[in-house]
Design a protein around this ligand. Structure first.
Ligand SMILES: [Zn+2]
Length: 375
């Protein structure tokens, strides 16, 4: 099976997140890799919820080598009638494979699997691994469950490639994200006498004002590649009736993180802001909840995997605006770049496609990664 046919097959599995339903797709990939009959290889489907699964494969070597990774879930297709061909058909037209996930990122996964299959008869000096995760599109739940359960502790690699669509140009960094929700608690009362209640909207205003100093502080640390961290209030909701002192007000904030100013720094800063208000106003109570969090990625421009990716693709490495699981793998000790077929512009849209020429370029690049890193 070539990379185009395999991309079509993977598109055929409806792995829309939520809910995910990646298990059948994970089993299909497991069977594909098991059928290579590589001596000493291990290929496992890791189920983390009903119908939800990751797949992890390792091909042995004498020392840690390369990890190839990607996610197998996709975003919803939206209105199927807005597509020129059914979103889970994978139709090939004018040198492109169309379907949900073609670019993001079943094409990348297919190219990795074909590159692994091409290397099956070579005796690898260093190990080669593949990780296919579920739930990437809804907060990396598949990967995080595996990491939390210690399932990736045995995965050793000196570098990794995550095949998200980059048009085969290496990406060595991106900011992380932190979405938080703060609920301010008040006490309802008739608004004809506000002194009988506690106004949660006024507490939220105090907080937003006090936040300015923290936002300035966060902006001081400048990463040469990624700029500075950002924290922005984006949604506020409170109150129920014009004549009732509001008992609850909820503020949602979007944060972007960089190395050195990560989620922990921002959360500690938010807690400190709350405590400083509470010292002056005992009626101030609020709690904070993390809704979504991804880590920043920053691989040095001179790092081995960056140099190798630049040499193989002939393209300079760049910085991306979106976040990927490469940051989580890098935190596990596997410095990972992002490099894959298709364009991020194609991700999440109607008539998503990946060019067959991009798939071929990806198979060739991943093959060179395998032969260079794994020997
Ligand atoms: Zn993706």
């Amino acid at each position: 099976m070539d990379e185009t046919q395999l991309t079509q097959s993977l598109i055929g599995f409806d792995t829309v997140s939520p809910p995910g339903n990646e298990e059948k797709c994970a089993r299909y990939i497991r069977d594909f890799l098991k059928d290579l009959h590589v001596e000493g290889s291990s290929v496992e489907v890791y189920r983390f919820a009903s119908g939800r699964a990751n797949v992890v494969a390792t091909f042995p070597g004498d020392s840690p080598g390369l990890m190839l990774a990607g996610h197998i879930d996709v975003v919803p297709p939206g209105d199927a009638s807005a597509w020129s061909s059914p979103p889970f058909e994978g139709r090939v037209r004018d040198g492109k494979v169309y379907g949900r996930g073609a670019a993001d990122m079943k094409g990348g996964v297919a190219a990795m699997l074909v590159a692994i299959a091409s290397a099956r008869r070579k005796k690898l000096k260093r190990s080669l691994s593949f990780v296919g995760t579920g739930g990437e599109e809804i907060g990396y739940d598949g990967l995080r469950v595996m990491i939390g359960a210690g399932k990736l502790e045995g995965l050793k690699a000196r570098c990794g490639v995550v095949g998200e669509p980059t048009e085969m140009s290496p990406v060595r960094g991106h900011r992380g994200s932190l979405v938080t929700k703060v609920e301010f608690h008040g006490k309802p009362a008739h608004s004809s006498d506000p002194s009988l209640g506690v106004n949660s909207i006024e507490k939220a205003v105090m907080f937003v004002e006090a936040l300015q100093a923290l936002r300035k502080e966060l902006a001081k640390a400048e990463d040469p590649d990624l700029g500075h961290a950002i924290l922005t209030p984006t949604i506020i909701q409170g109150g129920t009736k014009s004549n009732v002192i509001p008992a609850s007000c909820v503020l949602t904030m979007d944060g972007r993180t960089v190395p050195g100013i990560e989620s922990r720094t921002i959360l500690d800063g938010l807690t400190a802001v709350m405590e400083s208000i509470r010292r002056k106003d005992r009626s101030f109570t609020a709690d904070i909840e993390v809704l979504y969090e991804t880590a920043p990625l920053s691989i040095g421009a001179k790092d081995e995997v960056v140099k190798l990716a630049e040499a193989i693709t002939g393209s300079p490495s760049t910085i991306a605006a979106y976040a990927t699981e490469a940051a989580d793998y890098t935190k596990l000790g596997i410095p990972s770049i992002v490099l894959g077929p298709g364009s991020i512009k194609q991700a999440h849209i109607y008539d998503e496609f990946v060019a067959v020429s991009q798939l071929k370029a990806a198979v060739s690049a991943y093959g060179r990664f395998i032969s260079t890193v794994c020997g």
